[in-house]
Design a protein around this ligand. Structure first.
Ligand SMILES: Nc1nc2c(c(=O)[nH]1)N[C@H]1C(S)=C(S)[C@@H](COP(=O)(O)O)O[C@H]1N2
Ligand SMILES: [Mo]
Length: 347
């Protein structure tokens, strides 16, 4: 793993090394805003409260006894690929490895909300984690705050899991033990780790991590509106060749990578080996899995003449959405899904 920050711990997988559909837990990127909280599992409780008929709390044993569902989803940090932005932006300088696909097992959030009895008029469900810390740069609230995000009630009741297991094993501390949210089709910041509180609310939640942080400017009929980052944008990444790799001249080379999107299916991946002038269809590998990435490959006939080449990949989904040629500045340092040029050396 590549260490982007030591404390709080932030690790990315060298994306060039993906070798399968499922990302093993110890190769799955780690994104933490605060130190990993020390959790005493006997004292830990998950509270379901707010605007509900009967608030309640569960111990780890009680939560583990509930009926579970297992889903395979891709999770990408909304800042994945930030290092490719020009000019350079503040924040963790992720390359392409702040993304992974895992099999998650957990209790549907809808079941917990049904048991609590959500009152009429509730619009959002806030998820809060046990981790806390002070924000460095203004604007910021005073003192320590917890990591928290909200979901619209419709999404919360649709397909969100309170996951207890990742790839069949108990969650590791870095990935949110004892329980974390998994929010299919959304960027990773929605997948709150070390969950302690689930709060139903009538008001749109305006917490730090969906206003000051993890928000973008959405265009509408009037002035741009600051909007929480939510659904993942259509994106493809080249795993190999890697940036600055030496590619043997005059031989076939298997260009490969992965592509994903939020709430739709990847239907096409194209590859350019001439800096975006011409594009060729890549082969989509395996069968589509909802809300999970699709691996792809393309056999490149590498020219016999040595020199530089610029590779790019671009994906299209079943909603007809495709990747833009350039980064959308309204996304700030998030939603990075433009064609990312991979320069290689043919030798
Ligand atoms: N409590 C808590 N949950 C959190 C975070 C955090 O810092 N604290 N980081 C979020 C972000 S930004 C991402 S991308 C994902 C990363 O999950 P992972 O570390 O298991 O890959 O967790 C999300 N959940
Ligand atoms: Mo993230």
């Amino acid at each position: 793993m590549i260490v982007r920050e030591k404390n709080p711990v932030n690790l990315e997988m060298p994306f060039g090394e993906i070798d399968g559909f499922i990302t093993p837990a110890d190769r799955f990127y780690v994104r933490c805003h605060h130190p990993i909280p020390a959790i005493d599992i006997d004292a830990w409780r998950l509270k379901i409260e707010g605007d509900v008929e009967s608030p309640f709390e569960l111990s780890y044993a009680e939560l583990s006894e509930m009926a579970t569902r297992t889903i395979t989803t891709t999770m990408e940090c909304a800042g994945n690929g930030r290092v490719f932005l020009e000019p350079q932006r503040d924040g963790a300088q992720w390359e392409a490895g702040a993304v992974g696909t895992a099999e998650w097992t957990g209790v549907p959030l809808a079941d917990l909300l049904a048991r609590a009895g959500v009152r009429d008029g509730v619009r959002e469900v806030i998820l809060q984690g046990a981790d806390e810390g002070e924000i460095k740069d203004p604007p910021r609230p005073a003192g320590k705050i917890h990591f928290a995000r909200s979901l619209p009630l419709g999404k919360a009741n649709d397909d969100v899991l309170i996951a207890l297991r990742m790839n069949g094993e108990k969650l590791s501390p870095a990935h949110g033990f004892p329980a974390r949210a998994v929010v299919p089709g959304w960027y990773g910041m929605a997948a709150v780790k070390w969950l302690t509180e689930i709060v139903a609310t009538r008001e749109p939640f305006q917490g730090y991590y969906q206003t000051i942080d993890y928000a973008y400017w959405k265009r509408g009929p009037a002035s741009p509106v600051l909007t929480p980052v939510r659904e993942m944008r259509i994106k493809s990444q080249i795993a190999r060749p890697e940036y600055a790799e030496n590619v043997p001249a005059g031989q076939p080379y298997r260009v490969h990578g992965a592509a994903w999107t939020g709430g739709a299916e990847v239907t096409k991946v194209e590859v350019s080996t001439d800096g975006g002038t011409t594009w060729h269809d890549a082969r989509l590998v395996g069968d589509p899995v909802p809300d999970a990435w699709r691996l792809w490959e393309y056999e490149w006939d590498v020219p016999a003449k040595p020199g530089k080449a610029v590779l790019m990949a671009r994906a299209t989904d079943s909603e007809g959405r495709t990747q833009p040629a350039r980064h959308d500045e309204d996304g700030g340092s998030y939603l990075i899904h433009h064609w990312i040029p991979i320069e290689v050396e043919i030798r």
